[in-house]
Design a protein. Structure first.
Length: 75
């Protein structure tokens, strides 16, 4: 992680910037992975649902992202 320092007279801030290579990335954009907490949060945000609704939809229709999206649309 790189750090940048910004100064504005009286106030000095140290800002941590996460490099692109350090950010978690979804391994497979076609499949919803419920085994990684950050991926569950990612997919719930993408689909606009709660994590519980996401888990229920995957249990009902499988882990293919398109099927999950369609399953959630029918709720």
């Amino acid at each position: 992680m790189s750090t940048s320092r910004k100064s504005s007279g009286l106030l000095s801030l140290e800002i941590g910037v996460v490099e692109a290579a350090e950010r978690p990335r979804v391994q497979d954009y076609w499949s919803v992975n419920l085994h990684e907490a950050w991926e569950v949060a990612f997919w719930a945000r993408v689909f606009g649902c709660s994590e519980e609704e996401l888990r229920h939809a995957v249990g009902r229709v499988g882990s293919r992202a398109g099927d999950v999206r369609a399953g959630l649309a029918k709720r």
